[in-house]
Design a protein around this ligand. Structure first.
Ligand code: UD1
Ligand code: CA
Length: 457
């Protein structure tokens, strides 16, 4: 009769005071992703069909990092974790199946673990994710009965000395059958050391009804690592970094210095990618086989083709084809599209431009708001003068054009196919196809001028 649908409820109303931050805790980033997004991704991968988030403290900032598909319910006053579920009563009134309750500050939970917890809860009222830890202080303790099921969860502040000695803790992740959940929540009171409505008291309520509560103990306690402070935020980053790097190495990516390589969870790499030290790959970047990134390189929102090399450079919200060579010391700013076999750098900046196959922009140039055809060669120190102080203008450089070193290209401007600009020219008029444009003062030599001056002294 009961459906197998699972809804995730993510508790994220808390202030997170120990972060000492103007931002709510769950928007702080772990490997460049707001931690609540990592929690939501795990719930989605575990098969949750609907995601509800309980927001409170600085809710606008929390909502701003959530996808539209995530529903938010506001908890006006934080009266405890049971109250945080109660405020979702209306939102869940037509839901059946199971409710997976998670905390927004636990970014390391694996989807497999959540799936297992849901399985443990099948045909039961409640299941709890637990962990065995060396130092249980601060956590709720798991009190097991003779049969191995959970008799109670006792909060640290309410625990007796013998309960304090228990090393199995409540991670704060639960699965509940939705049927009768809200009737049971109504039985929870706030008669405890903190005067809060504890969700953990659901164990007692279930017991009183003769329902056994099962626990699933984590094999790796670090999965339940919660972020309450900046130190724990950094630790979460390190754990996730290691986990992601090992996953890519298993898939055939070489990582020379894993502790100096940061790959966000939303990025994709193909086999035979090689990553040199101090490299960051973030914001949904993708890298195809055979490409070498680093050292000292940062790509975010970048799509990199096969067999590219990006050395000591930054690529930001841009894409490139195969066999491109970037750097060293180059900056590819947003909206750049490079074809195949393109060279950019050393020491070049490119912005909002398209560069065709086989074109080269080496040595100290700035290319902005431009379209370059195929096999264009840009001489050292060339600048597209795209901004007149008021507006940006476009430069078009057609196939096989050869731009001499130190050319100023004053946009708007078109350089025709196969044309050449003389080194040191300031080009402000269009150049037709297959022509030479010369725009510099003719040279004057004054024979013996220096010698005469010297002798006059
Ligand atoms: C809770 C558990 C404890 C467990 C620990 C694991 C209870 C009573 N205790 O304790 O057994 O070991 O988590 O970390 O549940 N929240 C709301 N609204 C509220 C209260 C809390 O959204 O009214 C959110 C918080 O933002 C936080 C989470 O729920 O993300 C946990 O709340 P918190 O008060 O930190 O519980 P703990 O004392 O850590
Ligand atoms: Ca907590």
């Amino acid at each position: 009769m009961s459906s197998n649908t699972v809804t995730a409820l993510i508790l994220a109303a808390g202030a997170g005071t120990r972060m000492k931050s103007d931002k709510p805790k769950v928007v702080h980033r772990v490997l460049d992703v707001p931690m609540i997004q990592l929690v939501i991704a795990a719930a989605e991968e575990a098969g949750c069909e609907r995601i509800l988030t309980i927001v409170g403290h600085k809710q606008e900032q929390v909502r701003s990092v959530l996808a539209d598909s995530v529903e938010c319910v506001h908890q006006p006053e934080q009266k405890g974790t049971a109250d945080a579920v109660v405020v979702a009563t209306d939102a869940l009134k037509d839901s059946t199946g199971y409710l997976l309750v998670m905390c927004g500050d636990m970014p390391l939970l694996r989807p497999e673990t959540l799936r297992q917890l849901i399985d443990v809860c099948r045909n039961r009222s409640m299941a709890v994710l637990t962990a065995q830890v060396d130092n249980p202080s601060g956590y709720g303790r798991i009190v097991r009965d003779g049969t191995g099921s959970i008799a109670a969860i006792v909060e640290d502040k309410d625990a007796s000395p013998s309960e304090l000695a228990i090393n199995e803790i409540n991670t704060g992740i639960y699965c509940f059958a939705l049927e009768e959940l809200f009737e049971r929540l109504a039985k929870i009171d706030s008669n405890n050391a903190q005067g809060e409505y504890y969700l953990t008291d659901m164990v007692k309520v279930c017991h009183a009804e003769g329902e056994s509560v099962m626990g699933l103990q984590l094999a790796e306690a670090e999965e339940a690592h919660g972020v309450n402070s900046r130190v724990q935020l950094a630790q979460a980053g390190q754990i996730l970094q290691k986990r992601i790097n090992e996953r890519w190495m298993e898939k055939g990516v070489s990582i020379v210095a894993p502790e100096m390589t940061w790959i966000s969870p939303d990025c994709e790499l193909e086999h035979d990618v090689e990553i040199l030290p101090n490299t960051t790959i973030a914001k949904g970047s993708t890298v195809k086989r055979g490409s070498i990134l680093g050292p000292n390189t940062r790509i975010y929102g970048a799509n990199i083709g096969e067999d590219c090399s990006i050395e000591e450079s930054i690529v930001h919200d841009s894409c490139m084809g195969d066999r491109c060579t970037i750097g060293p010391y180059s900056y590819i700013r947003p909206e750049v599209e490079l074809g195949n076999d393109v060279r950019v750098g050393p020491s070049v900046e490119v912005k909002k431009s398209k560069v065709g196959d086989g074109s080269k922009v080496p040595h100290l140039s700035y290319i902005g708001d431009a379209t370059l055809g195929e096999k264009v060669n840009i001489g050292a120190g060339t600048i597209t003068c795209n901004y007149d102080g008021e507006k940006k203008s476009h430069t078009t450089i057609e196939d096989a054009a050869f731009i001499g070193s130190d050319t100023m290209l004053v946009a708007p401007l078109t350089i025709g196919k196969g044309s050449v600009t003389a080194a040191g020219s300031t080009i402000s008029n269009d150049v037709p196809d297959d022509s030479l444009a010369l725009a510099r003062a003719p040279q004057v030599n004054k024979d013996g001028w220096v010698k005469k001056k010297r002798e006059a002294k």
